[in-house]
Write a protein that binds this ligand. Structure first.
Ligand code: FAD
Ligand code: NAP
Length: 517
């Protein structure tokens, strides 16, 4: 994020888009844009960008872009889809930039790859006609192409593939959908199911990919459902209760992405509406929000991952990421904290001039907000066989540390030390201070160090900002060559500086996990 000029906030942008001003310079006309035409609009004062086949004139948006003009200019006059997906695929650009839409890219005939030994590294997806099985080949090589009249035969050498399939059956009052994944380490976090108004969506996460069953059900079902997971064999059962005891002729009409196995990042974010059930104060500006998932949703947000909240603000859909925490910090880590699966807790700092957090603060108990599927690149496997865990948090950068702390103290048997180094401006800003201090007293593996950048003169603790000397003082292996992980989260410059200091101190890339957007 870069500092924006006064009058260039997201709210100001929303106001401009609603002002009726012609933001494309085309007086509302939509045109077909060729690649050559797109390439001509590559200057700050005349900048077009293509995202997923649609071209936007982003010239008026330049000064409002939270990442700065230079970032936006990286995609000037080109297809910026990959860049956009890398940085913020979650941003609802269709809504934010709808007044900047110039038109579609002109369709260009695709040239067939020629020649023997031509390599393609991409995802190949094929549905076998009449079969509910997906054949997925991750990497494949075209061996040769035979061109015969009216037909082109392409012979591939398959490097590896997976099989995914589903089946369904019924009793008088139940519908059971069974998904066979053959994945041995299947668990509740990898299965996301939603059933809304006859629409069933079941997503199974497989590494960076996901398999989806998505149908418009033949008949209505009741709100509550059950999801059973046979972890060892990777079998998943979704059990729906029929609303009327009629015989179903089919499960339902397949929807667009039904029975597909693709990269997770290629799926659009899916949202469901959750009810705000409570809002409690954590500090003077930070609140703990409890959101209740619908009965017809099965969703467990994994440790280290975040969700996106979406809300319509002044006619524009605004999306922001938040990292779920626990309702409180458990003091006894002998047993895994039992998650009821029905609630999501978010610890959110309300900024006085924040667009989204102000809207959230005004959300009434009993009202609804859209919550997305989880995302994030932290893998619990990073914690396996760990001996020393260091958590460097600044402000609400504490949020991913909550579940991490709980998971590490409960599940990582060889863990010797967990040290939280928590940077805040003042004492009043420290989140869950009492709970952290109690935990440190109770569990000898855990230690917390508060560091304040703007303390009052009564503060007897440590003072300062993240620095090489502070880190060398607090981040120390419990024994030479111990297996260590250092997690860091806070404002972007804090995180970037921290990572650099840690590298300078000799920690390797694998020993550092930075939480970023
Ligand atoms: P905006 O309208 O965008 O900004 C208004 C003003 O608020 C800014 O001028 C600035 O003064 C201040 N401000 C806004 N955003 C930031 C920021 N990111 N850093 C410093 N100052 C800022 N926040 C939480 O409170 N809890 C979480 O669990 C959480 N999880 C996150 C997870 C991820 C992966 C990321 C990338 C961010 C997370 N955030 C979290 C930050 C959150 O997404 C928003 O940026 C924040 O709530 C501000 O949104 P806003 O629309 O109210 O502010
Ligand atoms: P804050 O109160 O403004 O700052 C917390 C501490 O960090 C303060 O001591 C502050 O010192 C210091 N700090 C701020 N900017 C710094 C910088 N550039 N260099 C070094 N130290 C700096 O923090 P906040 O408002 O709660 O913001 C928390 C941040 O965490 C947000 O940016 C949020 O987006 C991010 N976050 C990210 C994730 C994720 O997963 N990626 C999750 C949650 C939160 P000063 O006195 O100098 O300001």
């Amino acid at each position: 994020q870069v500092p924006l000029k006064p009058g260039r906030s997201l709210m100001d942008w929303i106001r401009l888009t609603k002002s009726g001003k012609d933001l494309t310079g085309l007086k509302g006309r939509l045109i077909e844009v060729t690649e050559d035409e797109l390439a001509k609009h590559n200057k700050k004062e005349d900048c077009w960008i293509c995202i997923r086949g649609f071209v936007y004139n982003v010239t008026p948006y330049m000064e409002y872009h939270p990442g700065g003009e230079d970032e936006l200019m990286k995609a000037a006059g080109t297809d910026g889809t990959d860049l956009f997906d890398q940085v913020h695929r979650w941003v609802n650009y269709e809504s934010m930039l709808k007044e900047c839409l110039v038109g579609r890219m002109a369709v260009k005939p695709i040239a067939a790859p020629k020649g023997e030994g031509c390599c393609i590294y991409s995802v190949f997806l094929q549905q076998i006609p009449g079969d509910e099985t997906i054949l997925y080949m991750k990497t494949f090589t075209i061996k040769y192409i035979l061109v015969c009249p009216k037909k082109v035969y392409i012979v591939f050498s398959v490097l590896y593939f997976f099989f995914y399939s589903y089946d369904w059956f019924q009793t008088d009052n139940l519908i059971t959908i069974v998904i066979y994944t053959k994945q041995k380490d299947m668990n509740a976090e990898l299965v996301i199911v939603d059933c809304q108004d006859k629409r069933l969506r079941g997503e199974i996460i497989v590494g960076d990919h996901s398999y989806l069953v998505e149908v418009d059900l033949d008949h209505a079902v009741q709100e509550d459902m059950a999801v059973n997971i046979a972890e060892k064999v990777g079998k998943i059962e979704i059990i729906l209760k029929k609303k009327d005891n009629v015989h179903w002729k089919m499960l339902g009409q397949p929807l667009e992405s039904h029975n597909t196995f693709i990269k997770r990042t290629d799926r659009g974010l899916f949202y469901r509406k959750c009810k705000l059930v409570s809002k409690t104060e954590v500090t003077h500006d930070t609140k703990l929000l409890c959101l209740m998932l619908p009965k017809s949703t099965h969703l467990h947000v994994p440790t280290g991952q975040h969700v996106y909240l979406k809300k319509n603000i002044a006619g524009t859909e605004v999306v922001k990421p938040y990292t779920p925490v626990l309702p409180f910090l458990p003091l006894d880590f002998k047993e895994a904290f039992s998650h009821d699966g029905a609630h999501i807790y978010l610890m959110i700092k309300i900024y006085s001039c924040g667009l989204f957090t102000q809207a959230l603060d005004h959300l009434q108990i009993g009202h609804y907000i859209s919550v997305s599927n989880p995302e994030g690149n932290f893998k619990k496997s990073e914690l396996q066989t760990l001996e020393d865990l260091f958590l460097l948090a600044a402000g609400t950068g504490f949020t991913p540390m909550v579940k991490l702390l709980s998971f590490a103290l409960t599940e990582v048997s060889c863990l010797r030390t967990v040290k939280l180094i928590f940077f805040n401006k003042t004492e009043d800003d420290i989140l869950w201070r009492n709970q952290l201090e109690q935990l440190a007293l109770k569990d000898e593996r855990f230690e917390v160090q508060f560091i304040l950048s703007q303390p009052t003169k009564d503060w007897v603790g440590k003072q300062g900002k993240i620095s090489s000397s502070l880190l060398s003082e607090f981040v120390k292996r419990s024994r030479k060559d111990s297996k260590v992980l250092i997690c860091i989260c806070g404002p972007t410059p804090f995180t970037e500086q921290g990572v650099q200091y840690l590298k300078d101190l000799g920690y390797s890339q694998e020993e550092i996990h930075a939480f970023t957007a």
